[in-house]
Write a protein that binds this ligand. Sequence first.
Ligand code: PMP
Length: 421
Amino acid sequence: PRPVAALPRVVGADLKVPLVTGQFVEYANLDHAASAPCLEQVRDAVDELLPWYASVHRGAGFASHVSTRVYGQARDAVRRFLGARAGDAVVFTRNTTDALNLLARALPRRTSVVLFDTDHHAALLPWRGPGVRRLRTPSSAAGAVLELDRALRACPEGPRLVVVTGASNVTGEVWPVAELAAVARRHGARVVLDAAQLAPHRPVDLKALDVDYAVLSGHKLYAPFGAGALVGRADWLRAAEPYLVGGGATALVTDHGDRLGVAWSAVPERHEAGSPNVVGAHALGVACDVLGRHWERTGAHERGLLARLRAGLATVPGVRELSLFGAEHDRVGVVSFVVGGQDAGYLAAALSAEHGIGVRDGAFCAHVAVHRLAAGQRALRASLGLGSTEEHVDRLVAALRSLVLEGPRVDYAQRDGRWEP
Ligand code: PMP
């Protein structure tokens, strides 16, 4: 048999957290969809860079050369990871939100924007105004493709952009990206892929999917906070004024008495004003490289855990899984659910305080989606990744069963909107 590469390891796998009883237990982090723990290889790479980092581009010292080179290598790593075309720009941003806002401000005048209403707020909100068509997400992936076709038919002439989510941050369901992109292409529309939730779980290839832009966040991709990327067609970015202005974004500033003359830098620097986050970009680039080498292994790990989680949740009385396109639809390791009439905030608090389990509760920055799917209730979300184990999954299922069947071991009350023991 072919040797199976080891699963990349994350830091914090042996973290102990306190329970309400005073005991300590190993932390079961089932909240990878919010932020994933750092890969050991990323930590080591950051550690190695820390003594060396210095200002990029402008510095003449040796450390500045090192930083500049590392920053460029990080761009190449992100480019490879997303299968970008030769002419595509790679702009480092703070995160996905920043990347989508940047693109929204770089659109040509009178661009029509088409999107689906169950998207994450980061994908839903940057586009406003009369040119925005917000489609109600249909109950099947094929329906979404038809709906997009219909919407684009009705779009006025001129530039068009379709916003497509790779995987829902609520249900983990994978959207039919290539099919939506094919429809967009037929209508001369561009596509931006919100890959924040898809890229940590599956290979994303701009060329193969035929999408124009992709955005992602390092902190969901096993790198620390602070770095994300916008990758894709350079022409609109070249033509747009930067939305963040300052050093780096400017090639030349001249004094004309009553006004300043500004010549903006070329892409990508044009859209990276201020001293860049070299350490963050390096961390993101290394994470991309590591994930890109391990898809087979990480995919198998996650599929096994996801099946175990869903089968386990199905044994908990009152649990109803949320889904946009039906229970059988393809999904990454993200599962949201409601539990009978129980408050999700209280359950999340009890899972943490009594069992050392970290999940997410609420509406996950996708209020329209959760409100619709959970019929106005708040939901719980368990999300898997490289830090997840069978023990974590089993502990969650057992804890939920015991909370539902036997109730909590201590009392909980709401303080400032949060449940606490
Ligand atoms: N899109 C999706 C699908 C997400 O899950 C998230 C994060 N929850 C975002 C965008 C925004 O990412 P960030 O908070 O890193 O900007």
